[in-house]
Design a protein around this ligand. Structure first.
Ligand SMILES: [Zn+2]
Length: 342
């Protein structure tokens, strides 16, 4: 019963690792996630809700680790030379599964999701979705105001669980035109297949990182196996080494992944502008986002390269003000995707 032992050994080891890590990280998480948010008036979250969310997150990590982490270790045993490739390829179905189940199984553990309360705006959003060529779209409102005063909206899910989610805070702060621009942006992510493209792109980066880990770990184990206490990467004791190396390579792959994300976000902004042709609403929506979220309009270049998943707010406002090809009689990039209103 090698399979079963491996499953439990990796699981128990991972759970211990996760709990120790959680305890060490706890003061910093509290400072960042609770104390600072309140100090700047960005949060109305109660301490018990914050604590509850932390433990829910830890629990999800434990369950996910137990369910899946034995797979790379099995591959390490069975195929010590090609495990990085197979594990990386498995990231594609794994990420797809995560995106599929997260909106229905995970997200509701943290907040309450429901239909949009303002039916008038919902109707307009659904009309816009029809023009954007997105059929059967669902729009959800999430009661995020119990956690934060910040504004946000996003697309998530896959197939039957695909949806557009609006925080109740953004519905409260933006006017109708601004909300429709934000929706145009979110619909752009769907119409331009950003979810799929991101899964493939991230999987390629994961394969590259795992290959780099494979090469460096082999070299390190050869040199330091006495000190490490293990001689094979397939020994579950290698987990901290793998995580350490992954963190190091993450510094290289993060800017690449973020640049890809910023490109997609710019194109979603373009899509939102082309479908609404409301430059002012786009620009004022980002001004409100900057004010409410205390965003930095032009962060330092290093912050942008290593942290920014979106173009900076300053760049987005400029783009909203400047991008008007329809006024110059120029071809719109995404017009061919738009459907005529019925
Ligand atoms: Zn976006």
């Amino acid at each position: 019963m090698i399979g079963k032992t491996l499953f439990f050994r990796v699981g128990v080891y991972f759970v211990s690792f996760l709990i120790i890590n959680f305890v060490i990280d706890f003061p910093l998480s509290y400072y960042q996630g609770y104390w600072r948010q309140h100090a700047y008036g960005l949060s109305n979250q109660t301490l018990s809700k914050w604590f509850g969310d932390q433990f829910t997150g830890l629990l999800i990590g434990i369950v996910a680790g137990f369910l899946f982490l034995w797979i790379p270790y099995l591959l390490l045993k069975k195929s010590p030379r090609r495990w990085w490739l197979y594990t990386g390829l498995l990231a594609i179905p794994f990420l797809t599964l995560v995106i599929l189940v997260q909106p229905v199984w995970i997200d509701p553990l943290f907040n309450k999701f429901g239909p949009m309360k303002n039916k008038e705006i919902e109707t307009k959003i659904l009309q816009l979705a029809e023009r954007a060529g997105i059929e059967g779209s669902r729009v959800y409102e999430v009661e995020k105001s119990e956690d934060t005063k910040a504004l946000n909206a996003y697309v998530t899910g896959f197939g039957a669980t695909k949806r557009i989610v609006l925080w109740d805070t953004i519905i409260a702060k933006l006017d109708e035109d601004e909300l429709l621009f934000v929706m145009g942006h979110e619909m752009g992510h769907y119409a331009l297949d950003h979810v799929w493209k991101t899964i493939i792109f991230l999987s390629l980066l994961i394969i590259a990182a795992l290959y780099a880990i494979h090469r460096t770990a082999g070299w390190l184990i050869n040199k330091f196996h006495r000190r490490f206490g293990f001689t094979e990467l397939s020994d579950v004791a290698s987990l901290p080494l793998i995580i350490l190396l992954f963190s190091a390579y993450f510094l290289i792959i993060a800017p690449i992944a973020l640049a890809f994300s910023r490109y997609n976000e710019r194109e979603a902004d373009r899509f939102g502008l082309e479908i609404t042709r409301n430059n002012r609403a786009g620009a004022t929506a980002f001004v409100k986002l900057q004010q409410e979220n205390l965003g930095v309009p032009y962060p330092h270049i290093l912050v942008k390269l290593w942290q920014a998943s979106h173009p900076t707010l300053g760049e987005r406002i400029d783009f909203c003000n400047e991008y008007r090809p329809w006024q110059k009689g120029e071809q719109l990039r995404y017009e061919k995707l738009f459907k005529q209103a019925k």
